[in-house]
Design a protein around this ligand. Structure first.
Ligand code: SAM
Length: 285
């Protein structure tokens, strides 16, 4: 396990992932019944952008740095930006970046729960420290897909699973599809948000085609910094959302171009149904 998210925290990929995560949680908050969030590749939960790792790459400058410096942003980003501002309270400028666990935590109500799993020993320790004494949050140190097997379905029977692997393993798409298939058999009605990198398009399209075969309704939201003309770099990233909440497509149709504009993404955005030909696509090559 070489991947450490501290090098990438707050980059353009985190901005897309976390903005959509906040939107999904805001949808879940519309109904009074409690919900459960399962984040099975949780990371450390909070990142110091003045630390050595973030300083080495500076990736956050093209992500959350750009977003905060952009002109007026749609209200759809309010929940996400509030979580970013909350971890920076008292700081003269952007210093910390909240990971998915802290963003999810910021949107829980008193009866909602957050179940986290992180396999890296140091990162899972940091995560435990962050949530010590918080009765709404449980931290595990399990393999993500074993955690899903153990934790699903949650007692609440409504909520969200975030699957956010590091894609270090060459067969990560395959492992993900296998783990997700098992998770869906245990909890077919949960919302699943799956993050994926876009380097070469071909494996992404093959992955999405296989995802569609799992038989759940889904949306695909992508943001590309560069046209997909080099398989060597991270050109963009996407989120596939299974069992998406009602009208999420409309929210994403506003959110994606706003993010692309603020982040000066030159590869365009894509919003489509999982099981249909692309219905809205801009500039992707
Ligand atoms: C992309 S990062 C997660 C970032 C986090 N979800 C966020 O948005 O703030 C992926 C994380 O998965 C962890 N990881 C890698 N393999 C794992 C596995 N098999 N099970 C659980 N976590 C794993 C890595 O240590 C890393 O912290």
């Amino acid at each position: 396990m070489n991947y450490r998210h501290a090098y990438h925290a707050g980059n353009f990929a985190d901005v897309l992932k976390h903005a959509v995560l906040a939107l999904l949680l805001e949808h879940l908050r519309l109904k009074a019944a409690p919900f459960c969030v399962v984040d099975c590749h949780a990371g450390t939960g909070c990142y110091d952008l003045a630390g050595i790792e973030a300083g080495k790459t500076g990736e956050y400058r093209d992500g959350i740095g750009r977003l905060l410096a952009a002109g007026p942003l749609p209200a759809l980003l309010d929940g996400y930006l509030a979580a970013v501002r909350a971890v920076n309270a008292g700081e003269p400028e952007l210093r910390y970046y909240p990971g998915s666990p802290l963003i999810a935590r910021s949107l829980l109500r008193p009866d909602d729960r957050l179940l986290l799993s992180e396999l890296h020993p140091e990162d899972s320790q940091a995560l435990r420290r962050l949530f010590t004494g918080d009765r709404q949050v449980v931290v595990h140190r399990d393999d993500a897909y074993a955690a899903l097997k153990a934790l699903l379905p949650p007692a609440e029977r409504r909520g969200l699973v975030l699957i956010d692997p590091p894609f270090e393993a060459t067969d990560e798409f395959r492992r993900l599809l296998r783990g997700l298939g098992q998770a869906l058999r245990r909890w077919p009605t949960g919302i699943y948000a799956i993050w994926y990198p876009i380097k070469d398009r071909q494996p992404v399209e093959a992955f999405l085609a296989e995802l569609a075969l799992l038989g759940r309704p889904g949306l695909v939201a992508e943001l590309c910094r560069f046209p997909a003309d080099s398989a060597e770099r991270l050109n963009g990233c996407g989120l596939a959302i299974l069992n998406p909440p009602w009208r999420l497509d409309e929210a994403l149709a506003t959110l994606l171009p706003a993010l692309a504009g603020a982040l000066e993404a030159k590869g365009g955005t894509r919003l489509s149904q999982l099981d249909r030909a692309i219905d809205r696509q801009t500039m992707l090559s």
